[in-house]
Design a protein around this ligand. Structure first.
Ligand SMILES: *Cc1c(COP(=O)(O)O)cnc(C)c1O
Length: 424
């Protein structure tokens, strides 16, 4: 075939009634021209047009199978939602809702009221507010309580979390001024005490999340910080990050932080809580009210789908935490994980291998969860990634490891099918 034998874009596009056909035909013909110039043959153009349209129609945001053993995987969408949360999203999304309507009074209501009761029950807080993510929660708290004033933070807590979320920059954007106290490895309550001045508004404690300082270290207990805050009539804000609501590892819970004297506690909805992406602030009612009234709240608030999923997840945290996938994966016994790995190995002819799974999401960085993987050929990793149902795995010591702590039973079958497809 020569260049002049190629059909025009319109001729080729007419083979399909797909509205994307012209754009697809243009791409198919451009590629065919390149191939002919390089001495190749472009093959069946109609078939290529169909493939091009299929790929143009395929969703870009897709479900993948997480076989990495990292439970709250930041690149893979963090927390998979519980069935109950998915049901609530469907129900709320398909029709109208009382998002900002008070059904009893027959008038305007607040979207911030829907999960308040549940947050009170779970954390013992007086009040709560939900925004888009925890970065927004911290930003809103600082803007509402410390704009134009000083915020004291330990030098050991001036952290960067994934994706460039840096505490000093968030503080700066909120309009507050950072006052560093203590040193990187040792900070005492007395360091906060001497740093308090007429401009001080907030003591901010930040959970170190994704790293630990070991050795010659000292951080004040939250109770001691609370005492400093109280004696100067300042506000103590605790950014917990991953925000466990039920006991997982040695992560502090929002309830324990409030009980220790924090005035406000901020945490993520989609880390250890295992719900939708959200930032939650709980604590003193008068302070939460200031956050609600701040103009930024309007820009940062959560949408109705998030609130629907969050309410369902919080209900599960009270009634049946094991039904929250993140909690289940964190708590599952090694024997159960091994049984899953054994089944996968039998399905694909792989080998069961001991591995170490992680909480991920910047939580419990030192915690190693005993886990099991099915090991298959190294060269399958790339094909598994690019298959119809992408499977994301780790390659180690010349083999692809399919970690079974982050797979559901149904995903074991999907993964087995993906391995078979990748081998052909
Ligand atoms: C993860 C984290 C954040 C940011 O939370 P997002 O929900 O990702 O916005 C803030 N502070 C700490 C301590 C964290 O661990």
């Amino acid at each position: 075939m020569q260049l002049r034998d190629l059909p025009s874009v319109d001729e080729l596009a007419r083979r399909s009634d797909d509205p994307l056909a012209v754009e697809a035909a243009r791409r198919v013909l451009a590629r065919a021209r390149e191939e002919i110039k390089a001495g190749g043959r472009p093959g069946d153009l109609a078939e290529r047009l169909r493939e091009e349209l299929d790929s143009a129609r395929a969703p870009h945001l897709r479900r993948v199978v997480n076989a990495t053993g990292v439970i709250v995987h930041t690149n893979l969408g963090r927390a998979p939602l519980a069935e109950a949360a998915l049901d609530r999203i469907r129900d709320i999304a398909r029709g109208y809702s009382n998002l900002e309507y008070d059904i009893a009074a027959g008038g305007r209501g607040s979207r911030q009221d829907h999960v308040t009761k549940m947050l009170q029950r779970l954390t013992g807080a007086e009040a709560g507010i939900v925004v888009n993510n925890n970065a927004a929660a911290v930003m809103l708290a600082l803007a509402a309580l410390a704009e134009g004033r000083d915020v004291l933070v330990s030098r050991g807590e001036l952290i960067e979390i994934g994706d460039g979320f840096r505490i000093p920059e968030v503080l700066d954007r909120s309009g507050a001024r950072l006052r560093e106290v203590g040193t990187t490895n040792r900070t005492r309550a007395a360091d906060y005490e001497v740093a308090v001045g007429p401009e001080t508004a907030v003591l901010l404690r930040v959970h170190q999340s994704n790293f630990r300082i070991v050795g010659f270290t000292e951080q004040p207990r939250l109770e001691e910080l609370a005492q400093v805050a109280r004696s100067h009539e300042l506000v103590l804000v605790d950014d917990l990050g991953s925000g466990a609501l039920v006991d997982v590892g040695d992560e502090p819970t929002a309830r324990s932080s409030l009980a220790a004297g924090a005035d406000l506690v901020c945490f993520s909805g989609d880390k250890l809580l295992g719900g939708p992406q959200a930032g939650i602030v709980v604590g003193r009612a008068d302070l939460v009210e200031k956050l609600r009234r701040h103009p930024l709240q309007r820009a940062l608030r959560a949408d109705k789908l998030t609130l629907a999923a969050l309410e369902a997840t919080l209900t599960l945290a009270i009634d049946a935490p094991e039904q929250i996938p993140v909690v289940r994966m964190l708590r599952e016994s090694p024997e159960t994980v091994r049984a899953r790995a054994t089944r996968l190995a039998e399905l694909v002819g792989g080998e069961v291998e001991e591995t170490v799974a992680r909480a991920g999401g910047g939580a419990l960085p030192l915690t190693e969860l005993p886990s099991f993987a099915c090991a298959v050929e190294e060269e399958l990793a790339a094909k598994l990634r690019t298959g119809d149902r992408p499977v994301i795995a780790l390659v180690r010591d010349g083999r692809t490891l399919l970690d079974c702590r982050t797979l559901t039973d149904a995903e074991v079958d999907e993964t087995a099918a993906a391995v078979r497809a990748a081998r052909t």
